[in-house]
Design a protein around this ligand. Sequence first.
Ligand code: ADP
Ligand code: MG
Length: 254
Amino acid sequence: MLVLGVCSLKGGVGKTSVTLGLASAALERGVRTLVVDLDPQGDATMALGVRPIAGDVAGVLDEPGEASVRAATVPSSWADEGLDVLAGSERSALHDRLDDHDVDRLRFALSWVQAYDLVLVDCPPSLGGLTRTGLTACDRAMVVTEPGLFAVMAVGRAMRTIDELRRGPAVSLQPLGIAINRVRARSLEQAYRLEELQNLYGPLVLSPFVPERAALQQAQGAAQPVHAWPGAAAAELSRTFDQLLDRALRAPRR
Ligand SMILES: Nc1ncnc2c1ncn2[C@@H]1O[C@H](COP(=O)(O)OP(=O)(O)O)[C@@H](O)[C@H]1O
Ligand SMILES: [Mg+2]
């Protein structure tokens, strides 16, 4: 099992979109996957077509154990089997404290999770306790950014946080790389930022870049996997996420 965290310190750069794209690629390939929705906004839970159930991730963080994990795990409506969600909850915000007391709660909870090849942790847009808790449970972290000035600066802070967690509670965490999202072919400003990212982070910059395409929002709005969405743009996005998933799965597993 590979536990992959998808994070950034900024909102709206595409963490949830990348998580959903990877989940779609994994489903297509028969990689048994659990998406952990750590963002109190619950966007991933909604886009994965999950109906409310008894438990949620806040309950897991309150009392990590087999019972709370089971109560919070629900199949995605994307398929009959092969893709489950640890449902998100507004109440998980209560666990966004900045001290690292309890930071290993998700890691502990995931020791009861065995039926998956891949666990994707969709993190909230902060450096707070929830993201730290998420990354402490992970083997690899994928930092998502757009090729814009502020997002590029936030990558530096995210990479430093990963480094700091590695020396602390996150005993198995390693950076997988930086996924670049919402790339437009003809933007000079973006081309400049892409070059800057490549100069700064070299091989950590993951390829291919994820293009900006309305089809991604359309599939999300319809609670459908992008691999099932019609059209050339969705096919291009699907190939992109296939390759990013390949890269992630090349990381050593537990
Ligand atoms: N590559 C893309 N092309 C088009 N829209 C995108 C793309 N990536 C993200 N979006 C849209 O941008 C918004 C923010 O993305 P989201 O994945 O929710 O970011 P985050 O999880 O980092 O806050 C969403 O409405 C999403 O559909
Ligand atoms: Mg999100």
